[in-house]
Design a protein around this ligand. Structure first.
Ligand code: DGL
Length: 270
């Protein structure tokens, strides 16, 4: 069986890279719903429906567990999938999200600090990060969330280093600088691609958390605590990429984000 990785689009390759780095021997199956991305401005019901279809597809392809690399899907769909869908459809499989590893890292290292979170509109509006942080005993008033809907298209267009790109980023980050956050969570798969630029704007004193890196470390720990799942996983270092769309644009984004060509297998979700 395989480890499944789901993202609304291609940004989740930033998470897949960390997973492959930390767990190089395991086979991974990535699914990007590029035909219907971005999810970030969609309703909770729509995000749930699409994510459920994608997760079901990954399980049917033989995944023992699925990582929701997508912050938006983790925020809006994870709880319901774990509570309603999994028990009745795939009781022996698991779904893990990307938010909890970041929240755990904050609890461990930055519990008394001012926390900033940037993400899609859906991620911020869901308050899912806030819930996970509060659950760990940290004060809600110490958290500032900023939705950054322009960042995903900006990064996909490669505009982050242009004057308008820098201006937009500074505008989004300005309230977080004003609040003097000590730690900033990059709550969207794409933002890992501009981590250095964000860190430069925020200044040396601010720790910037890449959720993919936290999720990979957490998955390694999870597998060591769950030998019943770990022993079912195949270990041939194989990476497959499924997508609901294979336009030229998608292929070039894969090349850019993955660093080399990765064959894309087209699938349909319904
Ligand atoms: N992958 C999504 C996330 O991490 C961002 C892109 C989208 O809006 O679908 O939130």
């Amino acid at each position: 069986m395989t480890i499944g990785v789901f993202d609304s689009g291609i940004g989740g390759l930033t998470v897949l890279k960390h997973l492959v780095r930390v767990l190089p021997e395991y086979d991974m199956l990535y699914l990007g719903d590029n035909a219907r991305a971005p999810y970030g401005d969609r309703s909770a019901d729509r995000i749930y429906e699409f994510t459920q279809q994608a997760v079901a597809h990954l399980f049917e392809e033989g995944c023992a567990l699925v990582i929701l690399a997508c912050n938006t899907a983790s925020s809006e769909a994870l709880r319901r999938l774990q509570q309603e869908f999994l028990p009745s459809h795939f009781p022996d499989r698991r779904i893990l999200g990307i938010l909890i590893p970041a929240a755990e890292l904050i609890e461990k290292k930055y519990a008394q600090k001012n926390i900033g979170i940037i993400g899609t509109r859906a991620t911020v509006q869901s308050n899912a990060y806030l819930r996970e942080i509060e659950k760990r005993g940290m004060a809600q008033k110490k958290v500032t969330q900023i939705p950054c809907p322009l960042l995903v298209p900006l990064i996909e267009e490669g505009w982050q280093d242009t004057p308008p790109g820098r201006q937009i980023l500074k505008k989004y980050l300005y309230p977080l600088k004003q609040k003097q956050v000590d730690v900033l969570v990059l709550g969207c798969t794409h933002y890992a691609l501009i981590k250095d630029r964000v860190a430069r704007i925020m200044g040396k004193k601010v720790a910037v958390i890449d959720t993919g890196s936290a999720a990979a470390a957490s998955l390694k720990k999870y597998l060591s605590c769950h030998p019943e799942i770990e022993k079912t996983l195949s270990k041939n270092s194989a990476v497959r990429l499924l997508s609901t769309d294979t336009s030229e644009r998608i292929c070039s984004l894969v090349q850019r984000y993955w660093g080399s060509a990765l064959p894309i297998e087209q699938i349909t979700l319904e």
